[in-house]
Ligand binder design. Structure first.
Ligand code: SF4
Length: 348
């Protein structure tokens, strides 16, 4: 049972606003600005009755709705239980306080190495490149993250890059956020130009949901930047359901593959979104058809406001075993959980 109690408002943790779009800005930035931000508009677009949807204005105030219109177009009209809609609609269940769900579910604060730099595992450092995202996922484990203070870009990346350069054990940098591709390409190029002077770096990893939720972000400038990077690149997309893919996403992913990047998918196991063998198998098969290898299936990080998405561990293990019995091994992602203080993701 989940005891009902109001979710505390934390306006200081709301992610950074979308920047203004300059004249002549890339198309993806205009599409970003045109994202749906009003839950009632979203429901109206899908022909759904807002009064029956359990919308929470308090949850929307704490973590606003944001969803690109192209992603909305992949939702099924008339279905309140649509797996894509469930990922973005602020609902009453987010207001419940549940024991064991906190503000920093995975120990980001304890793993801080410098402003905007998090190191949890040997050899890898994560850069919080920005607090902005094109979509706001209700299950996000960083929905309470203090982006205003913890963004690596703040001083022209200098402190963050210096912290990485000073540690000879770090040979892989992970661009995360927020969504790093929400930064304009010249800003990304500014960062990687500085990182290129760090001799111990061997790999770059990019975690981004943008190729799926706003595939127009994969434009000529981005591809040129990626192609010119001096390291092998692992590009981790975050898709949770097969319906998130369409022809525009396939084209974006094919273009990313064309830069030589290795594409991987990391999904979160979510109640009401992908908590069935059929949904997980379809996700793996659809990812692979788009040239993306299933990598991780994450148990939910226990952050306040997301408890209604949780699938118990026993059920998660049973789903994973059934998936392994159905699919070829390379289509079966590792089922893992992040535990503060561990030396890597913990297999379930
Ligand atoms: S794109 Fe990633 S960081 Fe942004 S809201 Fe979704 S899960 Fe969180």
């Amino acid at each position: 049972m989940i005891p009902a109690a109001p979710l505390p408002m934390q306006p200081d943790t709301v992610p950074a606003p979308v920047p203004a779009v300059a004249a002549g800005a890339p198309r993806w930035q205009r599409l970003w600005r045109e994202a749906v931000r009003d839950p009632r508009e979203l429901l109206a677009l899908l022909g759904l009755d807002a009064a029956a949807a359990g919308i929470s204005d308090a949850a929307a105030a704490q973590f606003p709705l944001r969803v690109p219109r192209g992603f909305v177009a992949r939702m099924r009209a008339g279905h309140l239980d649509d797996p894509l809609l469930r990922q973005v609609l602020p609902v009453d269940a987010e207001e419940r306080i549940v024991s064991g769900f906190g503000l920093d579910a995975v120990g980001d604060g304890a793993a801080k190495k410098a402003d905007g730099v998090i190191q949890k595992y040997r050899g890898r450092a994560l850069l919080v490149a920005t607090g902005s995202c094109a979509v706001h996922c209700r299950y996000c484990f960083r929905r309470h993250f203090p982006y205003a203070e913890e963004t690596a870009a703040r001083d022209g990346w200098r402190e963050a890059v210096a912290a990485i350069a000073a540690d000879p054990d770090i040979d892989e940098v992970i661009l995360s956020g927020g969504d790093p591709l929400s930064l304009a390409t010249p800003k990304l190029a500014e960062l990687t130009a500085l990182l290129a002077d760090v001799p111990q770096l061997k790999r770059l990893r990019i975690h981004s949901r943008l190729p799926v939720v706003l595939p127009e972000r994969v434009d000529a400038g981005l591809l040129q930047w990626l192609s010119a990077l001096p390291w092998p690149v692992a590009f981790v997309i975050h898709a949770n359901h097969a319906n998130e893919f369409d022809a525009s996403v396939d084209a974006a992913l094919a273009a990313l593959r064309g830069t030589g990047a290795q594409l991987l998918n990391q999904a979160v196991l979510l109640r009401g979104v992908n908590d069935s063998v059929d949904a997980l198998a379809a996700l793996s098969e659809r990812s692979f058809a788009a040239g993306v290898l299933p990598y991780y299936l994450h148990q939910l990080d226990r952050v306040e406001g997301v408890a209604h998405f949780e699938v118990p561990d026993d059920e998660a293990r049973a789903l994973h075993a059934a998936l392994a019995a159905r699919l070829s091994g390379y289509l079966v992602p590792k089922l893992v959980r992040e535990v503060q203080g561990d030396t890597g993701k913990r297999p379930l």
